[in-house]
Design a protein around this ligand. Sequence first.
Ligand SMILES: CC(C)(COP(=O)(O)OP(=O)(O)OC[C@H]1O[C@@H](n2cnc3c(N)ncnc32)[C@H](O)[C@@H]1OP(=O)(O)O)[C@@H](O)C(=O)NCCC(=O)NCCS
Length: 161
Amino acid sequence: MVVSAITSPANTASIAFHRAMGFEVRGPVPDYDGPGLDRIVFERGLWTRLETDRLVLREFVADDEAAVHEYASDPEVTRLASWGPNTIEQTREFLAQITQPHGRVGFAITLHSTGKLVGSIGIGSCSDEHRRGELGYVINRAHWSRGYATEATRRIVQFRI
Ligand SMILES: CC(C)(COP(=O)(O)OP(=O)(O)OC[C@H]1O[C@@H](n2cnc3c(N)ncnc32)[C@H](O)[C@@H]1OP(=O)(O)O)[C@@H](O)C(=O)NCCC(=O)NCCS
């Protein structure tokens, strides 16, 4: 996941701020905002770790295949979902998409205590115009009813992507 920001090349404070925040500079991009309106475009990876008391929400990596497939191939977990139960190819496809730099906004839900990946939480169907997105979550059945979805959701809402 990548977040972008733009600013005028004359806005030295903004440029310094984004540099300090770890953004990479792309540009200046000529006529970005119209004729004569050059802009600096910044990009950086999304802040990838969000923590709660028991959870670490982090980006997915290709190595997560086995843990993702554990819940994504469970028919009980996907019973009411619009996807699944996944074949291993579908799990691979999901990971391939979500680990793209400009992929969907999605976090792996992992446990502080063991590092085990127990689910995912993400935002889809986003509408810039209406400032809305749809939150989706899924938890490995072996870890249901421990409040993990609640804890992850609270953190994401607080994060306000
Ligand atoms: C829905 C889901 C993500 C909940 O995850 P979870 O970590 O078990 O949820 P929590 O422990 O935070 O529970 C939150 C509340 O949901 C309700 N809930 C959770 N599991 C429930 C169950 N099996 N039966 C009835 N209510 C349940 C309860 O009201 C619970 O609050 P409480 O513990 O105070 O009673 C999980 O069951 C799941 O992955 N289901 C399959 C995928 C899915 O349906 N995702 C949601 C649609 S995007």
